[in-house]
Structure formats: structure tokens, C-alpha cells
Design a protein around this ligand. Structure first.
Ligand code: UT7
Length: 335
């Protein structure tokens, strides 16, 4: 098939992931909170999560994952670094320039993108846009979060859910018909529901608060759960339509790892078989913007995801935000 008119597609050329070494299992949490391994596993599918040690930050995690993605992609200049995160090291500036610097990429375009748990899919679309418009030829897209920095250590509704981590891909310019080419995309938001999942204080609207809990993530879990299932399934249908794929074409569904039950419900609503669902949440918890590239890296490493598989990516998060894309998995392994 002629590739005329297909140039300018963004193609996945490298993959990397990194988790901080410290593992906190459900038993450890159950020692200081009114919860149990049984409850956490049954309601979320989570058994343990990785948590940063004091002094370790989002930039540190992003650099580790970014370096591995660059190794995986092999030699070639990088023109831009996009960092999907909602836990930047400082409120201002964004952390992407520091990540770029530490990777030896001083001087390249670098910016943060905050779409919380949907951030990685949004950043893939943005990286694809930089490539399609000719602004960049190769883009490092990283999803990294230290979500435990937003969590009240005494809140049993959030402590068991979240973990820290980072994952990354290198995108290069290529053609829409080659393995690894991204797209189409389906992206959405619903800001009137922001309060379902947010940190009330510390930003420009409310710099300070006398209420300690305002500085931590507040989550109306059941409402978020309902929206997540419905929106992920709806968005997946839209993106499959746009791509001209049938549900039965999908070999692997790599969704944001927020709760194993959300992934199962969304897959069921779509008519996807349970074995198509990629899940590493048991060992990571919800790592926000890092979760999809971490799941991709784990799935390639354990052989669940192989070259040629048709992959549906789906994300949902605070904002609210959600989105999907598709690709055929290329011959790419984590660095
Ligand atoms: O990253 C994207 C955004 N985040 C999400 O997508 C998260 C979406 N939400 C969820 O995953 C689920 O709503 C949770 C896992 C957070 C909660 O599960 P749930 O099935 O919605 O539980 P619930 O909040 O309705 O609580 C059920 C019961 C309650 O007790 P009663 O009222 O039935 O007696 C809670 O008090 O479980 C109790 N409970 C707990 N028990 C033990 C709530 N948290 C805990 C806990 N340990 N950690």
C-alpha cells in the first residue's frame, strides 16, 4: 500500500518503566489503618504498591523511566520532552525541563501536561501533534507521579489505592500503516465534576486552608467508579469506530490501572473477553499518569503483549478527564 499522505504519524519506538524500590503491602497498611488485605484485594485487586523513599521525587522517577525508554529506542536526537504528571516537584515551574536536563537533553522543548490519570493518553496525543505538525521528529513522552505525596496517611479510602511510579515511550515520525503508529484518539473532559476527585487547597483558588484535609486528595470513590466504567467503555467504542476496528479485533485492552473491577466492568460492557485485559495493578496500585506505560512494560516483559497484537489504550481520571487510542504493538521491548 502506498504511504503517500500517511507521513507524519507518531510511532512508538521505545518503552521504559521504573518503580521505586520500596514495596508497601496490604498487611503493612492494615497495621495502622482500619482495613485489611482481604478488603483491599476484593474491592480493588491491589496487593502491594511501590512508594518513594524520603527525598525521592517525580523528577527522579521520570528520569529513570525516560532513560530506559531512550535506551529501548536506540540512538537518535530527541526534540521534545512531555511529562504527564499532576505531582510536579514544584507548584511552579513544571518538572519537564528538569527531567530533560538530567537526561542530557538540555535545550529541547519540555513541558508538563496535567490530565491526572488520563495524562499519558493525552500526552501521547500531544506528542503525536508535535510530530504531525513538523515541530518535532522524536518526542519522549513520560507519565510519572508520586501520588502518595497527595494522600492523607490517615485516610483509608485513598491510602490503599495509590502508589508511585513512572513509565515512558519514545515517539518517532513514521507512517500511519506501520506497527506502532498511534491513533486515532478520543479525548474528553467534564470539569463540573472536578470535586469528585481533587485536592482543594494549595492552588491559586485557595492558597491556604485551616482544614488539614484540604491539602490531601479527596475522592468520592463510588461516583468516580461509576463514571470510570461508563466513560472508558464509551470512549473505547468511539475510538474503535474511528479506527475501523471491531471489538473482536482487540487482542489487548491496556486500561488505566485504578481498580481491577473498573477494568473488568469496562471490558464486559465492551464485549471484550477477560483474557484481553492487561492488569498489573496487583503489584503497582494506581500510579496515575504512569499506569498505562507501566502496564505496557510489564505485559511485554511477561509475554502477555507481543509484537503484532492490536492494542486498545483507555484512561480515566480526575478533572474529570478520559480518553482512548489504539495501536498495533511494534517490535519494542522495555529498555
Ligand atoms: O484513578 C482514577 C480515579 N480513581 C478511581 O477510579 C477510583 C474509583 N473508585 C474505586 O475504586 C472504589 O470506589 C473504591 C475502591 C475507592 C471503594 O470501593 P467501593 O466498593 O466503592 O467501596 P465504598 O466506598 O462503597 O465502601 C464500601 C464499604 C463501606 O462500609 P459500609 O458503609 O458498607 O459499612 C466503607 O466504609 O467499605 C468500607 N471501606 C473500607 N473498609 C475497609 C471503605 N474503605 C475501606 C477500606 N478498608 N480501605
Amino acid at each position: 500500500m502506498s504511504t503517500q499522505g500517511l507521513r507524519g504519524a507518531a510511532v512508538v519506538a521505545g518503552l521504559g518503566a521504573w518503580l521505586p524500590p520500596r514495596v508497601v503491602d496490604n498487611e503493612e497498611i492494615s497495621r495502622y489503618l482500619d482495613t485489611s488485605d482481604e478488603w483491599i484485594r476484593a474491592r480493588t485487586g491491589i496487593g502491594e504498591r511501590h512508594v518513594v523513599d524520603p527525598g525521592m521525587s517525580t523528577v527522579d522517577l521520570a528520569v529513570e523511566a525516560g532513560r530506559r525508554a531512550l535506551d529501548s529506542a536506540g540512538p537518535g536526537a530527541i526534540d521534545a520532552v512531555l511529562l504527564a504528571t499532576s505531582t510536579a516537584d514544584q507548584l511552579c515551574p513544571g518538572s519537564a525541563p528538569q527531567v530533560a536536563s538530567r537526561l542530557g537533553l538540555n535545550g529541547v522543548a519540555a513541558l508538563d501536561l496535567n490530565a491526572v490519570c488520563s495524562g499519558f493518553v493525552y500526552a501521547l496525543a500531544t506528542g503525536g501533534g508535535l510530530i504531525a505538525s513538523g515541530v518535532a521528529g522524536r518526542v519522549l513522552v513520560i507519565g510519572a507521579d508520586v501520588f502518595t505525596s497527595l494522600i492523607d496517611p490517615q485516610d483509608r479510602s485513598t491510602v490503599p489505592i495509590f502508589g508511585d511510579g513512572a513509565g515512558a515511550v519514545v515517539l518517532r515520525e513514521g507512517t500511519a500503516d506501520e506497527p506502532g503508529a498511534l491513533g486515532p484518539f478520543d479525548l474528553h473532559s467534564e470539569g463540573e465534576l472536578a470535586e469528585l476527585l481533587w485536592v482543594a487547597a494549595g492552588g491559586a483558588k485557595q492558597r491556604t486552608s485551616e482544614n488539614r484535609s484540604d491539602y490531601f486528595l479527596a475522592m468520592q470513590g463510588t461516583a468516580v467508579f461509576r463514571h470510570a466504567c461508563a466513560r472508558m467503555a464509551e470512549s473505547a467504542r468511539t475510538v474503535l469506530d474511528k479506527a475501523g476496528w471491531q471489538v473482536c479485533d482487540v487482542d489487548r485492552f491496556v486500561g488505566h490501572q485504578a481498580n481491577i473491577r473498573i477494568l473488568q466492568v469496562a471490558a464486559k460492557q465492551l464485549g471484550l473477553p477477560p483474557e484481553s485485559v492487561v492488569a498489573n495493578i496487583e503489584h503497582t496500585g494506581n500510579t496515575s499518569a504512569a499506569s498505562i506505560p507501566l502496564a505496557l512494560a510489564d505485559a511485554v516483559t511477561d509475554g502477555t503483549l507481543v509484537t503484532g497484537h492490536k492494542v486498545l489504550l483507555g484512561a480515566f481520571g480526575a478533572g474529570l478527564t478520559w480518553g482512548s487510542t489504539v495501536l498495533t504493538w511494534p517490535d519494542v521491548k522495555p529498555g
